[in-house]
Design a protein around this ligand. Structure first.
Ligand code: FAD
Ligand code: NAD
Length: 455
């Protein structure tokens, strides 16, 4: 049995910074990884997809700038092999940097293999037993594959990023983050894309007006969007995939060479031997944690997507910050300190913080709202990018900002002016009375706040 002060399972967005901090604080630390270093974000998530999104935007601009007085003759050519090689280089750089972090630190031992719990204190990896007083689980998740698709040659976010040629046809099942980001980028690369979503709008968790605006943006970009498409099934036929949908009210079919499944993710907690421990899971397989991210076993913590408290890189990294502060810092951070925030990297992007209209109404909070269509924003007009709108919500009793939803050019950046005010606990008047730079989209946030109305 090898003894450590701490064991971390998984090198996602929380594991590596935690390993570095534990080591800095003198703890002999083992970190175990069964796949590529860096986990989802680095290898098959944020980094590669945002690199592809960037190439797709260049392609779109090159081919669609005639009304801006810029005309490129001929067809824009997409070289997916070069796009992929650029992404592989970004990933390789991250691998190198992580390897260096682990190699240069004498307090860190990296184990390449699959970790399994034998009991609350013992972990098996590559036939070796390890034990430690503190254990941290950062095992992330993987794409959900419904039974109806198991028999066909489907793609996921992982295999999409291995393609060398742009598919002629692409059917995407699911109109959430993964579905929309891939649908728009591959449409811009030249694929004929169809999205099948069982809900009544794309990004249906958002407020109805935002979900509808997103659906319109995606449709206008030439993607075929089939909503309320329930009961979707797929079978191999004549060397292609035949997708059947709306099975009850007379089924419809589509033939496609490529099918992407983007119907959510499941946590990697089912192959971890947790049944041999006292760590409790919820009914969807997420590890239950308290406000300090401890599991039902106090010396075992769960961080990142596997605890079901966030599903983003920044939430996983914040989980590291919470645990790290609980262990080593004077200022103790907690899960309940966090305002939910995220962006979907469609073009234009959607960015969110805090509560939206649906959530405010569901919680019965007395609130005010201000809205601004991007068509009224000078900078958006100058850029020729006027799709979308901004919404901001204020607590009618405290004047504090409850949340904001920005759908528009550059929204993933200027949402941070609201995020920062929320963390500062400022009233909305602070933002309303601030002088912002002209011409920016941000300058319309104070203007918008002049016109609050009851929600
Ligand atoms: C296509 C896509 C795009 C995304 N884009 C964004 C984005 O733009 N912005 C954003 O904030 N988020 C994005 N995300 C989400 C983001 O990638 C995750 O939230 C983030 O990676 C956090 O993951 P994590 O730290 O929980 O673990 P992960 O990054 O999933 O890492 C977990 C690691 O644990 C390892 N592991 C699992 N089980 C074991 C075991 N038994 N033994 C040893 N090792 C094990 C895995 O191999 C993996 O390396 C995206 C996700 C996808 C799929
Ligand atoms: N920009 C980002 O931050 C980013 C990007 C990609 C992924 N992610 C993370 O990855 C997670 C997973 O993304 P996702 O898009 O796979 O999931 P999602 O939950 O965002 O969307 C899944 C969609 O698939 C639909 N769906 C589910 N089952 C279906 C079925 N059988 N037939 C038709 N439609 C069906 C759902 O109605 C939903 O709209 C996200 O929650 C997010 O946390 C984040």
């Amino acid at each position: 049995m090898k003894k450590f002060d701490a064991i971390i399972i998984g090198t996602g967005q929380a594991g590596p910074p935690l390993a570095a901090s534990l080591a800095r604080n003198g703890l002999k630390t083992a970190i175990i990884e069964k796949g590529a270093l860096g986990g989802t974000c680095v290898n098959t998530g944020c980094t590669p997809t945002k690199a592809y999104v960037a190439s797709a935007r260049r392609a779109f601009i090159a081919g669609n700038s005639r009304e801006m007085g810029v005309n490129i003759e001929g067809k824009v050519q997409i070289d997916l092999k070069t796009i992929k090689a650029r992404k592989d280089q970004l990933i390789a750089d991250s691998h190198k940097s992580l390897e260096k972090t682990f190699e240069k630190d004498e307090h860190i031992s990296l184990f390449r293999g699959k970790a399994m719990f034998l009991d609350d204190h013992t972990i098996l990896v590559n036939g070796e037993e390890l034990t430690a007083k503190k254990i941290f689980i950062n095992v992330g998740g993987r794409p959900r594959v419904p039974k109806d698709f198991e028999a066909v040659n489907y793609l996921t976010n992982r295999s999409m990023l291995q393609l060398d040629e742009v598919p002629e046809n692409l059917v995407v099942i699911g109109g959430g983050y993964v579905g929309l980001e891939f649908a728009q980028m591959f449409s811009r690369f030249g694929s004929k894309v169809t999205i099948l979503e069982r809900g009544s709008a794309l990004m249906k968790k958002e407020d109805d007006d935002i979900a509808e605006a997103i659906t319109e943006i995606i449709r206008k970009s030439g993607i075929n969007v089939l909503l309320n498409s329930d009961c979707i099934k797929a079978a191999e036929k004549d060397g292609e995939i035949e997708v059947t949908y709306n099975c009850e009210e007379g089924s419809k079919t589509i033939q496609t060479s490529h099918l992407l499944l983007a119907v959510g993710r499941v946590p990697n907690t089912d192959e971890l031997g947790l049944e041999k421990t006292s760590v409790e899971l919820d009914d969807r397989g997420f590890i239950k944690v308290n406000d300090e991210l401890q599991t039902s076993v106090p010396h075992i913590w769960a961080l990142g997507d596997c605890n079901g408290e966030g599903a983003f890189t920044h939430t996983s990294f914040n989980d590291f910050q919470i645990v790290n502060s609980q262990l080593f810092e004077e200022r103790k951070r907690k899960l309940s300190d966090r305002f939910p925030c995220y962006a979907a990297y469609i073009d234009p992007p959607l960015a969110r913080v805090g509560l939206d209209e649906k959530q405010i109404k569901a919680q019965g909070i007395k609130a005010k709202v201000a809205e601004m269509p991007m068509e009224k924003v000078a900078r958006a007009k100058e850029k020729g990018e006027t799709a979308g709108k901004m919404k901001i919500f204020i607590d009618a009793e405290t004047d504090r900002i409850l949340g904001a939803t920005f759908l528009g050019t550059g929204a993933d950046e200027y949402i941070h002016s609201v995020i920062d005010q929320m963390y500062a606990g400022a009233t909305y008047q602070v933002m309303r009375d601030a002088v912002h730079i002209h011409p920016t989209v941000s300058e319309l946030i104070p203007t918008m706040l002049e016109k609050l109305r009851d929600l």
